[in-house]
Design a protein around this ligand. Structure first.
Ligand SMILES: NC(=O)c1ccc[n+]([C@@H]2O[C@H](COP(=O)([O-])OP(=O)(O)OC[C@H]3O[C@@H](n4cnc5c(N)ncnc54)[C@H](OP(=O)(O)O)[C@@H]3O)[C@@H](O)[C@H]2O)c1
Length: 392
């Protein structure tokens, strides 16, 4: 039995996708029942990924998910009701819903999926999404696993600076959705303060987030990308955030997709300092680009590589270089629960700035009915720290 459900409505508004070739519609649907092991959350602000249109309209990315579906991934929410086995969460708390859902009874390695987005790689994750946690946060309410609810320190995050708060707005907390992804990769290869990390492409939402996270972790950043204007913008934002705390910590490198030109450009930008880590989060369109190989070859002996990109096919690797230089390659999908807990602490302490002081801006917010415009704008406004959100 759920606790404290008396004040809840019986129905709510949700954006329902019934067929990938037909536009989703806002429908009045039943509020999900709160079962043991779950929480019901009131969605306050749900950030939209830049490629939402590709995933849900025609599913150009071919992501597998069950239908019908309410799209919408990680979001800032308030706890509306709790299953009877909740022990720490409280009704009314400001929380982050994390969309990476893990099977609790998995026997041989993690079985996980991205809520309302991608049902994972196993029969177990597909079943879990289809039968238990299918619907997402482009809705007034969402039912989620208890362990996917992360309490946010509301008075610290939203409180006024005069009273010891960071003065953030709820929408600005949307940045908590992008930042854990690169943190999972960078923490996974143990990026250390004082190290130098090459990040590609640094101009996209996740690459830009990687630059912010790496700086907060104390590393020097080489921001790599094809578009010099966008790179200059990224450098400008990164160097001026936090009152110039990172001035001199960011160098940009133009990506030519020409191995010898790229190697030279990286060497020059590195300024004689070794490159300790190469972090890549390329989109599928970068398949065939030579930068992955060049990035690996730019590393010092015993350098580490974090592979987080969405490249679908196989890629050529510089085997001889990797072997002779003790290079570690580490793939990473998303992040661990501990990564997310740590990342939230970094934001709450202020070591990792979000909001205006962190160079992030809320580009736009939309109601549920304007979902189409919202997805268009999210595709356009995909620069560093830019966020487009739905506030259902
Ligand atoms: N491993 C994980 O857990 C995880 C989690 C989330 C996302 N991802 C993956 O990360 C990818 C990036 O996400 P995003 O939202 O930041 O990306 P995005 O908006 O799709 O694109 C990012 C950047 O890619 C660059 N780019 C496009 N085509 C390129 C090419 N041919 N060569 C080099 N760079 C190219 C663009 O930079 P310029 O136009 O400025 O060159 C753009 O700024 C996604 O596609 C997703 O698959 C992985």
């Amino acid at each position: 039995m759920a606790s404290n459900t008396a004040a809840l409505p019986t129905t709510h508004r949700a954006l329902v996708l019934r067929d990938v070739n037909i536009d989703p519609k806002v429908e009045q649907v039943p509020v999900p029942e709160v079962l043991p092991g779950t929480a019901l959350l009131r969605v306050l602000a749900s950030p939209i990924i830049s490629y939402a249109k590709d995933v849900f309209l025609g599913n150009k990315r071919g992501y597998p998910y069950p239908l019908p579906l309410v799209p919408g991934a990680s979001a800032v929410c308030r706890v509306a009701a709790l299953g009877p086995d909740a022990t720490s969460l409280e009704i009314g708390q400001l929380v982050q819903f994390d969309c990476l859902v893990r099977a609790r009874d998995a026997q041989d390695g993690p079985k996980q999926f991205l809520s309302a987005f991608f049902d994972g790689f196993s029969a177990a994750s597909k079943k879990l999404m289809r039968d238990a946690f299918r619907d997402g946060t482009f809705a007034e309410y969402v039912r989620v696993p208890l362990e996917n609810v992360f309490v946010l320190d509301e008075s610290r995050l939203l409180g006024s600076p005069g009273s010891g708060g960071l003065g953030l707005k709820v929408e600005e907390l949307g940045e908590l959705v992008a930042l854990p992804v690169p943190f999972g990769g960078l923490n996974g290869v143990d990026l250390r303060p004082g190290e130098q990390v090459l990040i590609s492409p640094a101009t996209g939402p996740f690459g830009g987030a990687a630059c912010m996270v790496a700086l907060a972790m104390g590393a020097k950043v080489l921001a790599w990308g094809r578009d010099e204007k966008k790179l200059e913008n990224v450098q400008g934002i990164l160097e001026t955030i936090s009152h110039g705390r990172f001035r001199g910590m960011v160098n940009v490198v133009k990506l030519y997709n020409d191995p010898s030109k790229d190697a030279e450009a990286i060497k020059t930008a590195a300024g004689g300092r070794p490159i300790d880590v190469f972090f890549d989060i390329s989109p599928p369109q970068a398949a065939g680009s030579t930068h992955l190989k060049t990035g690996i070859q730019s590393l010092r002996h015993s350098g580490r590589v974090s592979l987080m990109g969405g490249l679908m096919g196989d890629v050529p690797l510089p085997h001889h270089f990797i072997m002779h230089n003790d290079i570690t390659l580490k793939g990473k999908w998303m992040y661990s629960r501990d990564d997310l807990l740590l990342l939230i602490k970094m934001v709450e302490t202020g070591i990792l700035k979000i909001g205006r002081e962190g160079g992030c801006s809320v580009a736009d917010t939309f109601g549920l009915d304007d979902w189409k415009q919202a997805w268009d704008v999210a595709e356009e406004k995909a620069g560093l720290g830019e966020k487009v959100l739905i506030k259902p």
